[in-house]
Ligand binder design. Structure first.
Ligand code: FES
Ligand code: FES
Length: 161
């Protein structure tokens, strides 16, 4: 029988605490216990990127991350400010960089992490950062466009202070 452990972490800036079975992945904690289902379960093996979240500001595959190792997590639900989408979300929307949308939360979180460390990435840097994020609908050209536009929007935001 699996034992249960009490877990406390910060999710989208708020303390979350609850009991989860030992060995629970961060993905299962988010989806099944914290009811944050924006983060998607694709392969469960680190191969598709659909479960990508930020843990301590780094993009991680939540399906491969033990919940017990997580401290501060940001999910797709934590990006917007009130009614205002995050610039990366807005850029994906403007570029229509999705069809079914299943890969989109993970793509966006990967792009947010990339733009935080490389504000004006080259196309190669975008490809490299999103390598391993699979889009079954093949919207890669639009995703590239969206990430470039998001970089521009964030730079404008930065200039405005
Ligand atoms: S579900 Fe985590 S990488 Fe596919
Ligand atoms: S938009 Fe369908 S998997 Fe990417």
């Amino acid at each position: 029988m699996r034992t249960v452990a009490r877990m406390t972490l910060t999710v989208n800036g708020r303390a979350w605490s609850g009991e989860v079975p030992d060995g629970t992945t961060l993905l299962d904690l988010l989806r099944d216990h914290a009811t944050l289902t924006g983060t998607k379960y694709g392969c469960g093996e680190g191969q598709c990127g659909s479960c990508t979240v930020l843990a301590d500001d780094k993009a991680v595959r939540a399906c491969l991350t033990q919940a017990s190792a997580a401290r501060a997590v940001t999910t797709i639900e934590g990006l917007a400010t009130g009614d205002r989408l995050h610039p990366v979300q807005q850029a994906f929307l403007d570029a229509q960089a999705f069809q079914c949308g299943f890969c989109t939360p993970g793509m966006i979180m990967g792009a947010v992490a990339l733009l935080a460390r490389t504000p004006r990435p080259t196309d190669d840097e975008i490809r490299h950062a999103l390598d391993g994020h699979l889009c079954r609908c093949g919207t890669y050209p639009r995703i590239m466009r969206a990430v470039r536009a998001a970089g521009d929007a964030l730079a404008r935001q930065e200039r405005r202070g």
